[in-house]
Design a protein around this ligand. Structure first.
Ligand code: NAD
Length: 284
């Protein structure tokens, strides 16, 4: 039976360190505030929102939710972001992605004020990930994966790791962050030939494809650790990962569950970024 790498102890460990910072800023009369921008009501978005709201509440962070209909015009979305940019009581903002197909996601993300970009959607923040310079925030989910591996004692230096998924939301920045920790990373995507060959001999396999069941039995080995980043609607109002847990768990050494894995850490990282943004704004 594989070791279950749950997110809750990682989140609790990170929150412990955060509580003192949250208390210090609240004592100065400043309430860190997060804005969440969402279009529609996808189960994955709602699950993330719920986790973010409850984590923020525990730390005294205020949350404002801008919920637009899935069919709202791009101009309406841009107007909501403009208000967030100019509202001095809001320190950080996340935009739930992917946005509906009629929205120009790159254009909308670029409209967010870089200092409020707590999830690395603007080119200014991305440039920090790829160049190592600047003071943008890392993408919360990518950072959550690394925090999980650190907490459970993995030595990333020299580790052979495959990442499935090359989006700018998770896979691509994560592969750079892992390389910054001296891991040897193989990036896989939907055009990778013989995907199983790129995965089966790796120590760690990180899956961020948004494609349930993408990992087959031939992709894994008994010494392997699997980090499942996927959050997909299960068709019954719940969520499921990219890895078929029941099929793959008996074949590997360790695995993250969905729900209860990376997603629960992501919300804590987000809270940490909001507190940092508030500290920066008020020179604390
Ligand atoms: P995306 O659709 O933007 O990118 C998916 C990537 O996976 C692409 O690079 C694509 O080439 C690759 N891919 C898709 N199907 C594949 C297949 N069958 N074989 C190989 N590669 C394949 O998705 P995203 O925004 O990066 O999100 C990925 C997943 O992570 C989604 O399920 C999303 O809901 C989830 N997610 C989770 C968290 C969290 O906190 N746990 C946060 C953000 C996203």
């Amino acid at each position: 039976m594989a070791m279950l790498l749950k997110g809750a102890p990682v989140a609790a460990h990170l929150s412990e360190k955060l509580e003192a910072r949250a208390k210090a800023i609240l004592e100065k009369g400043i309430t860190p505030c997060l804005a969440i921008v969402r279009m529609g009501e996808k189960a994955g978005d709602l699950a993330y929102e719920h986790a973010a709201v409850s984590r923020c509440a525990r730390l005294g962070i205020a949350v404002r939710i801008e919920a637009l209909s899935e069919s709202a015009e791009q101009s309406e979305l841009l107007e909501a972001i403009k208000k967030i940019n100019t509202d001095s009581s809001i320190h950080g903002c996340i935009i739930m992605r992917p946005l509906p197909a009629h929205i120009d996601e790159d254009y909308v993300c670029e409209a967010l004020a870089p200092e409020k970009d707590v999830d690395c959607v603007t080119s200014q923040s991305l440039s920090r990930v790829f160049s190592g310079h600047g003071d943008g925030f890392y993408p919360c989910t990518a950072q959550a994966c690394i925090e999980m591996l650190d907490y459970y004692g993995y030595d990333l230096s020299g580790a052979r790791i495959s990442v499935i998924g090359r989006s700018l939301v998770v896979g691509r920045p994560l592969s750079i962050m892992l390389q910054d920790r001296d891991a040897t990373v193989t990036m896989c995507h939907s055009k990778t030939r013989n995907l199983y060959k790129a995965c089966r001999n790796k120590e760690i396999l990180i899956v961020a494809a948004g494609s349930p069941g993408v990992v087959r039995e031939t992709f894994v080995n008994p010494e392997q650790t699997i980090i499942d980043v996927g959050i997909n609607d299960d068709g019954m109002g719940g969520i499921t990962g990219d890895v078929c847990f029941d099929r793959i768990e008996p074949l590997v050494a360790a695995i993250t569950p969905v729900p209860g894995g990376v997603g629960s850490v992501t919300a804590t990282i987000l809270a940490e970024h909001v507190i940092s943004a508030a500290e920066r704004k008020h020179n604390i």
